[in-house]
Design a protein around this ligand. Structure first.
Ligand SMILES: O=c1[nH]c(=O)c2[nH]c(=O)[nH]c2[nH]1
Length: 301
């Protein structure tokens, strides 16, 4: 929320970050349990300048109340719902109940609990933690205008060949040799803007995007696909998502380059380890940081 204040421009927002909630739904018709674990962050744009400059908190929604609202709304949701729909429900609550609140931003990170299978049978109430997290961010304005982004974080992928890096700028500080043979590893964070749709369609988009991203990174199972740089692979991955899902208007990808360094060890007398595309030193610090977003020219969103 922006204001002119004592001759300055002033912007402020307040909220509660990292509210952790788990919700279990016990099926009445069979014994299957469903559960989610969410980490919810709320940010409200509201007219409460008096609290900053006049010691007057009468326009403030307490962040403690925001936290309680997460649990109260989770309790009220008697039917299972997606993180997107829960975020919309929460954000709409804040903009409709409080006259001071003009915009609510709700972010949710969902922990990847997956039903376990024992001897090929889905377990009724047993879950294990998967890898990549599902994320969503919803912005709701008082007018009802809604912006929805969904995404994934922590999608760790690696391929042992079909990657290289050549033709980059060389100067007196450049030591990196050119190569057409290296390990390519990254942890993908993706977020995409999409039309708010009913839950099952949103869910399908998440799994579809993840599949499009992974398939493009790896290429076909036998021959793979050559990556001339993380940049090029990132662009192909973003394009695959936009080509596949017309409802998605833009996508942002972050793909750190997690280097696997060739190991060469020698003493004065002899070579102890000579690198032959076999022994690597895996690192994540420092890492290359490569990120980009791709969006359609024309979008109604
Ligand atoms: O795919 C890459 N992109 C870079 O920008 C870069 N920079 C670097 O040192 N190695 C790599 N690899």
């Amino acid at each position: 929320m922006a204001n002119q204040l004592e001759g300055f421009n002033f912007e402020q927002r307040h909220g509660k970050a990292r509210v952790r909630v788990a919700r279990v739904w016990r099926n009445r018709s069979d014994d299957n349990h469903f559960m989610v674990e969410w980490n919810v962050s709320i940010s409200l744009l509201s007219d409460c300048v008096n609290s900053y400059v006049r010691d007057d908190n009468s326009d403030i929604v307490a962040t403690d109340t925001m936290k309680n609202t997460v649990y109260a709304k989770a309790k009220e949701c008697s039917e299972q719902l997606s993180a997107e729909n829960f975020a919309i429900l929460l954000a709409s609550h804040f903009t409709s109940v409080y006259k001071q609140v003009t915009t609510a931003i709700v972010k949710i990170v969902e922990k990847p609990w997956e039903r376990v299978h024992i001897d090929g049978q889905p377990h009724e109430h047993g879950f294990k933690l998967g890898c990549e997290k599902h994320t969503t961010e919803v912005t709701v304005q008082k007018s009802g205008v809604l912006k929805l982004t969904s995404g994934i974080e922590g999608l760790s992928v690696l391929k042992t060949t079909k990657s290289g890096f050549e033709g980059f700028i060389r100067d007196r500080y450049t030591a990196l040799p050119e190569t057409r043979e290296r390990i390519l590893a990254t942890e993908v964070t993706a977020s995409w803007r999409q039309h708010p749709r009913e839950s099952t369609l949103l869910h399908r988009a998440i799994f579809g995007c993840e599949k499009a991203l992974a398939n493009t990174f790896f290429g076909p199972p036998k021959e793979g696909v050559y990556s001339p740089s993380v940049q090029s692979t990132l662009f192909q991955m973003a394009k695959a998502v936009l080509n596949r899902f017309p409802d998605i208007s833009s996508i942002q990808l972050k793909m750190p380059n997690l280097h696997f360094l060739p190991v060469n060890i020698s003493s004065k007398e002899n070579t102890i380890v000579k690198f032959d595309d076999d022994v690597y030193l895996p690192t994540d610090e420092p890492h290359g940081s490569i990120e980009a977003s791709l969006s359609r020219f024309w979008s109604k969103m």
